[in-house]
Design a protein around this ligand. Sequence first.
Ligand SMILES: [Zn+2]
Length: 263
Amino acid sequence: MVAERFESALWETTSLLLAADGQAVLIDPGISTDEVARLAARAGALGAEVTHVVATHADWDHVCGIAAFPGATATTSEGTAARIAARGPDASVAERAAARGIEIAGEPRVDRTFAPGSALALGPFLLETLSLPGHTPDGTGFRCRSVDLLAVGDHLSTIEFPFTTSTAAYRGTLAALIDLLRHDPPQRVIPGHGPELTAGEALAVAEADLAYLWELHEAVAGGATPDAARTAGLAVPLPRPAADDLAEMHAHNVGVALAERFG
Ligand SMILES: [Zn+2]
């Protein structure tokens, strides 16, 4: 059995290739057509046909390679399928990619859905699925015990910090991941961006990210007015350095926390 991580030139985005018994499963294949072709070539070199593709969530950088595998079964959570279906033409994946100067295979499709928490049998692999909301509502983790790894989508990255759609849901996800990493650690933890981690390294990231989100919560909760709460939230330090364009997401997180407090 083979489990290999590939990295896009954009945001160190992760694609995973699992192969065994002449079949391959791809998790988040991406991003550019050339990068996706490299995944397909590697599967071919291993004598494996790509029979399944899955996605950790519906953000464009994680679903843009699905169209390159028309013969495979594309499987996502019900929430990811709903987000893909709800996307208007003005927010197409191709348009988001083109804005970054990247050519992609095409718009994603979904052939089969699952409820998070259920186990997925994909060819020779059994994937346990975990609901990981917080970055997006549809975040899904995949644990494959036969290759002893856990793919966590856009959480636990050492090159990012939490980018939230819900700070409350994100705290819950981190608490669940911390519990898992302490009590049932996988050999390899694979974030959606940046290098793969040991369980111990992933635990340190999770604890730092949870501390950041609690500090943000307390700062916003302590401001008497929305303006005071925003100022206090913006003063909360990031849990780790990030590129300038990513660091802007801190202000977004403050906005999310403000909306959660003031409506
Ligand atoms: Zn991402």
